[in-house]
Design a protein. Sequence first.
Length: 248
Amino acid sequence: MANENKIAIVTGGGSGIGFAIAQTFTEHNITTIIVGRDEQKLDRAKEKLGALCVPFCFDLTNLPAIPALIENVIKQFGVIDILVNNAGINLKKYFTEVSDEEFQKIIHTNLSAVFAMSREVVKEMLKKDHGCIINISSMAAQYGLPKVIAYTASKSAIEGMTKAMAVELSPKGIRVNCIAPGFIATDMSAKALDSDAERKQKVLSRTPMGKLGEPADIGEAALFLASEAAKYITGVVLPVDGGNAIGF
Ligand code: NDP
C-alpha cells in the first residue's frame, strides 16, 4: 500500500520522540494524527509538520473516552493503519518514597492507556485484516535501573503485552512490535540525567557509541517497522540504543 493512503496515530506526537516519529511519517507521506493533552504543544508541532499532521487534543488517562476518540478518527479518516503507543511519563524517586497514587499514575498512563488505545484500534484493524502497532518501551525494561520503579514496571509490562498481542493478532494481519529506545536526547531524559551527573556518566560509559541518541533515530526505526520492508517482523523488541543494552 502506498504511504499516501496510510493513516497513523502517534500518541505523544507533540514533543520528543513522538514528534520525531510523526515527522518521519509525514515526511514519508503518511497522514499522522498526533495525540496529547497540551493544545499549544500540538499546534506548534502541526505548524512544523504541515498538512499531513492532524492534532487531537486528548488525555489518554481518560480511558472511558477512548472508544469515542477512535470512533471520531474513523469517522474522519475511515481507517487506522498504524498505531504508535509512544506517550509516557516518568517519575524518578527512591523505591520507598513512591506513594500508591504515584505508582498508579505511571501505570495508568504508560500501561492502561496503551491497552485501551490498542484494544479500540485493533477492533478497527480487524475489520480490514491489516494493521501495525508499535509500542515504545525503554532500557528500564532491559535491565535494573534504580529510582524508576513504576516506570520500569510499566515498560516491562509493555514488552510482555507486545508479545501477547503479537501471537493473538498476527494471524489476523496485525503486526505488533516494540522499540526500546536507549537514552535519547529529549525533555524527559534531560530531566532524568541533567540533575544526576553520576547517572549521565554511567549511561555514556556503557553506551558503546558514546553519545545519546537523537529522537529521529527512533522515527526511522518506527518507519521501518511500519513499512512493508518489515512485513515478516512481529513480536520483537528492537533496541535503538547505540549498544547500551549490551554495553559493559
Ligand atoms: P516527552 O516528555 O518529550 O513526551 C511525552 C509525550 O507524551 C508528550 O508529548 C506528552 O504530551 C504525552 N503524554 C504524556 N501523558 C499523556 C496523556 N495522559 N495523554 C496524552 N498524551 C500524554 O518524552 P519522550 O519523547 O522522551 O518519551 C516518549 C516515549 O519514549 C515515552 O514512552 C518514554 O517512556 C519513552 N522513552 C524515552 C526515552 C528517552 O531517553 N527520552 C528512553 C526510553 C523510552 P502532552 O504533554 O501534550 O500531554
